[in-house]
Each structure stands twice: as structure tokens, then as C-alpha cells.
Design a protein around this ligand. Structure first.
Ligand SMILES: C[S@@+](CC[C@H](N)C(=O)[O-])C[C@H]1O[C@@H](n2cnc3c(N)ncnc32)[C@H](O)[C@@H]1O
Length: 154
């Protein structure tokens, strides 16, 4: 199994980068014992061409055969245990998953239409750099749920 976050923009050093690294490290440490791999981050930037050019770069960052999971405010809202269940199912089936986060304009409709799953973090729109952090936290939470750890108390 391979897990990738493919995202528009380069995250500069700062609070979001610190939090992202922290949650991805925690995920790697917790996930190691339960067959979950370290998450790779693929950042893309289009010098011109807007959303369509970004979509082409994002699509290229999705490994062949990987599930395409978009982060999209119009998508499905999952509980954390439901998300953990999806992640565990992909692991058990030996599937790769790539989480795609758009830029300021969002993800181009043709790429959104190809998603195997679209996950909403709520109806409000969040800054894309914060969405990376929120996704990483949910991945860590999911790993603790799958491993029976105490982090997720609900
Ligand atoms: C600033 S938002 C762009 C919003 C844009 N209006 C759109 O149509 O998607 C940048 C990216 O952050 C992610 N994002 C923002 N809010 C989100 C939410 N509530 N749920 C899931 N992803 C979100 C999406 O991947 C989005 O493409």
C-alpha cells in the first residue's frame, strides 16, 4: 500500500508546516505496527493555465492504480471511525490511495468527476494549507482507531 497527499502549492516553513510534519510523523509511528505506510507529499505548482493545468499536474502525481480521493467541500462527510474503516479496508485490500487537495480555485471538474471518493471536511471552505493539516490529523486519528489506541475518545 502507498499513501500520497497530492496538493497544489508549496508549503513554506511556518505553523502549518510544523503541524503537518508532526501529524504525519505521528501517523508513521502509529501506522508502522499496523501495516500503514508513511504518507508521501507531492506538491504541484502550475506557472500558468490555472485549475486545468493544476489538474493535469495533480493527475500525474496519482500513482497508476491508486484510488483517487479528493478533498472537496461538496463531498461525503465521514465520521472518524468511518474514515478509519475506509483506510483499513484499502490497507487490507492492498490498495494505494492518493488524497488530492486543490488550490485557491479548487479542483477542476473533470478531475473531481474521476474521484473514487470525495471527502468533505464540512460545508465551509478551508484554506488549502489548513486542509493538509486537517487531513493529516484525521489520518493519525484513523491509525489510532485501527490500532486501538486511546487518542480518539468518542
Ligand atoms: C480554498 S479551497 C478551494 C475552494 C473552491 N471554491 C472549490 O470549488 O473547491 C482549496 C482546496 O481545499 C480543499 N478544501 C477546502 N475546504 C474543504 C472542505 N470543507 N472539505 C474538503 N476539502 C476542502 C479542497 O481540496 C479545495 O480544492
Amino acid at each position: 500500500m502507498r499513501l500520497t497527499i497530492a496538493a497544489v502549492g508549496r508549503l513554506r516553513p511556518g505553523p502549518e508546516a510544523t503541524l503537518l510534519a508532526d501529524y504525519l510523523d505521528r501517523f508513521a509511528r502509529t501506522g508502522r505496527a499496523i501495516g500503514l505506510p508513511r504518507v508521501s507529499l507531492a506538491e504541484v505548482e502550475a506557472k500558468s493555465g490555472g485549475m486545468a493545468a493544476e489538474a493535469a499536474l495533480l493527475a500525474r502525481a496519482v500513482p497508476a492504480g491508486s484510488l483517487l480521493v479528493t478533498l472537496d467541500e461538496r463531498g461525503e462527510t465521514l465520521t472518524s471511525p468511518q474514515f478509519a474503516g475506509r483506510l483499513g479496508g484499502w490497507r487490507d485490500a492492498g490498495r494505494d490511495a492518493t488524497f488530492v487537495i486543490g488550490g485557491a480555485d479548487g479542483i477542476a471538474p473533470d478531475l473531481r468527476a474521476r474521484a473514487d471518493l470525495a471527502i468533505s471536511l464540512g460545508a465551509m471552505v478551508w484554506p488549502h494549507m489548513l486542509v493538509r493539516v486537517m487531513l493529516a490529523e484525521q489520518l493519525y486519528r484513523a491509525a489510532t482507531i485501527l490500532s486501538g489506541g486511546p487518542y480518539h475518545r468518542a
